[in-house]
Design a protein around this ligand. Structure first.
Ligand SMILES: Cc1cc2nc3c(=O)[nH]c(=O)nc-3n(C[C@H](O)[C@H](O)[C@H](O)COP(=O)(O)O)c2cc1C
Length: 173
């Protein structure tokens, strides 16, 4: 497994996937990385719903999103696996914890040689008029709401990590 700093430095959002599925071990390792993420006060208020990229509910969510801007693609880019993270609506740190968990999973996926992209674009649909129906269909526990999702698979094309302007983004006092 690659060094953690290498996994961070080489991470990039992948938006094109082959049809090759994740193995059970790969999926288990990615999920474990999410479960091992810290949560505020160790509340463990997140839930992980695993879906195949062919799951009908994903297409229903896609329909509710409209997606006019990307007519030739779905929001999970035909990735073979999508994991949706839900969390307790009434806990102060749920969104932060979900962000930490999904990045743990993204880095674990990268370390395993898997492409991935974090997905927030379904939020509007998940909180829209069919939100309750989607939450039930995705087996969210009672009182849990959508937080974030991640699509996973084998990258169909390489992509360079993004650049950034360190001087603008960092102040050392
Ligand atoms: C909270 C969050 C939500 C995101 N939602 C989406 C999304 O819905 N669809 C998408 O294609 N990428 C999504 N991304 C990926 C970002 O667009 C991407 O991380 C950013 O453009 C930087 O590119 P990089 O990940 O390749 O470095 C999301 C990323 C984050 C952190």
């Amino acid at each position: 497994m690659r060094d953690i700093l290498d996994a961070i430095a080489s991470r990039s959002s992948i938006r094109s996937y082959t049809e090759e599925k994740l193995t059970t071990d790969q999926l288990d390792a990615v999920l474990t990385a999410g479960l091992q993420a810290p949560t505020a006060t160790n509340r463990q208020e997140l839930h992980f719903t695993v879906l195949e990229g062919t799951a009908p509910i994903l297409f229903e969510i896609q329909d509710a999103m409209g997606m006019r801007s990307r007519p030739n693609s779905n929001f999970w880019y035909d990735a073979p696996t999508v994991i949706v993270i839900s969390g307790e609506r009434d806990f102060r740190w749920t969104a932060v914890d979900a962000g930490i968990a999904v990045e743990n999973m993204a880095l674990a996926a990268g370390a395993l040689g898997l492409g991935n992209v974090i997905l927030g674009c379904l939020k509007m649909a998940m909180e829209g008029e069919k939100g309750e129906y989607f939450s039930k269909a995705l087996a969210f526990p009672e009182g849990y709401g959508f937080q974030i999702a991640i699509a996973l698979g084998h990258a169909a094309a390489d992509k360079e990590p993004h650049t950034y302007e360190r001087d603008k983004l960092v102040t050392v006092l």
